[in-house]
Design a protein. Structure first.
Length: 206
């Protein structure tokens, strides 16, 4: 295993985080002037283009791993792992996400879900998935799951006028909170026994 302490292999996540920050600021400013729905289509289009560029980055990273067979890179203090498997998984996630956002365009119009925040929450969920795939440490793993789950809680309650949507979101939140507590309990026990938070350290314990 080759250790490369750089952020090149995390560029998809970093790029999407910057996109979400800029689009959120854009949406907040212009929604005050022109209304939320007026910014919806622009933000959806920019989100799809951003995911497309992120997919190109992921393809480049996967190609770099293919050119160096067996290369695994660990970056930012050993918290994240990048290899051919994580690269292809990210490509699959991003490709599916582009398809979902494209399908959301007609669905949003049909169901009158025209808030500009919706595609941004979707991108946050995608960032959570990408971080989850790359996680090499229990702390990063947990934070990625929480980012993914919190985004899904919001998406589950999109239909504000529907009783079942609100009920589903509440039940999902309660179940997620219970699951997070059990997961943290398990991580605490593992850390107490092994003194390690990295998956590799736990694997080689004893």
């Amino acid at each position: 295993m080759i250790y490369l302490n750089n952020i090149y292999f995390l560029m998809p996540e970093i790029f999407l985080s910057g996109v979400v920050t800029m689009l959120l600021g854009y949406g907040v400013i212009y929604s005050k002037l022109q209304g939320k729905s007026s910014q919806h289509e622009k933000i959806v289009l920019i989100s799809i283009l951003s995911l497309f560029f992120t997919l190109i980055m992921a393809l480049d990273i996967a190609d770099s791993h293919l050119n160096a067979i067996g290369l695994s890179s660990v970056g930012i203090g050993g918290l994240f792992l990048s290899n051919s498997l994580t690269g292809f998984t990210k490509i699959f996630i991003l490709s599916a996400s582009i398809g979902v956002l494209c399908l959301y365009v007609p669905y949003g119009k049909e169901e009158n879900l025209m808030d500009y925040e919706i595609p941004l929450v979707m991108i946050l969920a995608i960032i959570g998935m990408l971080l989850l795939v790359s996680s090499r440490d229990m702390v990063v793993f947990y934070l990625a799951i929480e980012l993914l789950s919190l985004s899904f809680y919001v998406l589950a309650t999109l239909n504000k006028e529907g009783q079942y949507s609100t009920e589903a979101g509440l039940k999902y939140f309660l179940l997620g909170a219970l699951s997070s507590g059990l997961l943290l309990l398990g991580f605490t026990i593992l850390y107490g026994v092994t003194g390690e938070t990295s998956f590799e350290g736990i694997q080689h314990y004893g």
